[in-house]
Design a protein around this ligand. Structure first.
Ligand code: GDP
Length: 199
């Protein structure tokens, strides 16, 4: 039986932000990649996983900061927070810079362990979300879709919402996790997936 390292999620440290490839961290450690559009709750999901309140930023000037944030977890793995996208007010130049940064990152073939792609459970995924899903698929890393803000839907709306997400991305429903960063719904399942991705 092989022992998997158990990640202590209470030991987390912000390491750096990278605004361009020369700032990317070279590491042998597993990397868990978080992506999603601005305001989808990406920072809130990371905070929820780590049981912190204000660790990853929440709600400050979305779209203004196009960089990749690195968090070192228990000295054993990196959480890599890709810049949020789809913010209406950013210029075409900024959108291109965002796309280039993420594509360059995901094309590094750097032994990524897991992608965590966050979408809003309430809405049909956007064109930008579809591009992001394609990048995850092309990268070859296993990824899960976190359907966040589950607390904002009525019970009867959840199943159709998951179906719409699965159909729009053309992915199996089994990779979609209903989640609420507010209430903690789905946290246990997501933590289990993260722990299982490390070997
Ligand atoms: P980011 O831009 O993707 O990092 O999004 P934030 O984490 O800053 O969250 C954007 C807004 O959505 C904030 O006002 C959060 O409080 C709110 N939010 C995030 N997750 C949830 C959730 O699961 N349920 C609800 N109701 N609100 C959420």
């Amino acid at each position: 039986m092989t022992m998997k390292p158990n990640l202590n999620l209470h030991i987390a440290e912000f390491i750096k932000s990278a605004a361009s490839p020369d700032g990317f961290i070279d590491t042998e450690l597993p990397q868990i990649i978080f992506a999603g559009k601005s305001n989808v709750g990406k920072s809130s999901v990371i905070n929820k996983i780590l049981n912190r309140k204000n660790f990853a930023r929440v709600g400050a000037s979305p779209g203004k900061t196009i960089h990749i944030n690195y968090f070192l977890i228990d000295n054993k793995a990196f959480f890599v927070d890709l810049p949020g996208y789809g913010y209406a007010k950013v210029s075409m130049g900024e959108k291109k810079r965002w796309a280039k940064l993420i594509e360059t990152y995901l094309n590094r073939d750097d032994g990524f362990n897991l992608g965590i792609f966050i979408v809003d459970i309430r809405h049909k995924p956007t064109a930008d979300d579809i591009v992001m899903a394609e990048w995850f698929i092309q990268s070859g890393m296993p990824f899960y879709i976190v359907a966040n803000k589950h607390d904002k839907l009525k019970k009867s709306q959840i199943e159709p919402a998951i179906d719409l997400i699965a159909d729009t991305f053309n992915v199996p429903k089994g990779i979609i996790i209903p989640f609420s960063a507010e209430k903690g719904t789905g946290r246990e399942e997501l933590v289990r997936i993260i722990q299982n991705s490390l070997e």
